[in-house]
Write a protein that binds this ligand. Structure first.
Ligand code: IDP
Ligand code: MG
Length: 142
């Protein structure tokens, strides 16, 4: 079933000029981009986006990192988008991610792992609404 997920090209990857290469990988894997923007999160926005991780030991580093520079936020559409995109990006720790995955190729540490992908359909809906209004999402089909 057609599904949507949220992707973020993280500040480490944008800083290293990997945005174009990562978008190519994503679109060649069959994902349609239905929304896209470049933005820089404030520390507060990053804390809200990652609120499920509040209290974890890495929360401060994570939210400082995610607000340290521009990111590219995308809404992606495909059959089984959530699960398929998690497979495309690989495990959280690039050292554990399978060869060929985006995190294996471009991530440099468990924190600076190049890309975010929603982990469930329910969270995808919440994450998409966090960054996009409905009028910013484009229908490719009709
Ligand atoms: P995910 O991005 O693969 O879903 P989560 O556990 O949801 O992983 O963690 C969110 C983000 O927090 C990770 O992508 C990574 O940037 C960072 N993170 C998670 N665990 C650690 C850790 O143990 N050390 C440093 N950063 C971490
Ligand atoms: Mg997660």
């Amino acid at each position: 079933m057609t599904e949507r997920t949220l992707a973020i090209i993280k500040p480490d990857a944008v800083r290293r000029n990997l945005t174009g290469e990562i978008i190519t990988i994503i679109t060649q894997a069959g994902f349609r981009i239905v929304g896209m923007k470049l933005l820089r999160m404030t520390k507060e926005q990053a804390e809200n986006f990652y609120q499920v991780h509040r209290g974890r030991p890495f929360f401060e580093d994570l939210t400082r990192f995610m607000s340290s520079g521009p990111v590219v936020v995308m809404v992606l559409e495909k059959d089984h988008a959530v699960e398929d995109f998690r497979s495309l990006i690989g495990a959280t720790d690039p050292a554990e991610a399978l060869p060929g995955t985006i995190r294996h190729r471009f991530g440099t540490s468990k924190g600076e792992n190049a890309i975010h992908g929603s982990d469930s359909v329910e969270n995808a809906l919440w994450e998409i609404a966090f960054f996009f209004s409905l009028t910013e999402l484009v229908d490719h089909t009709s």
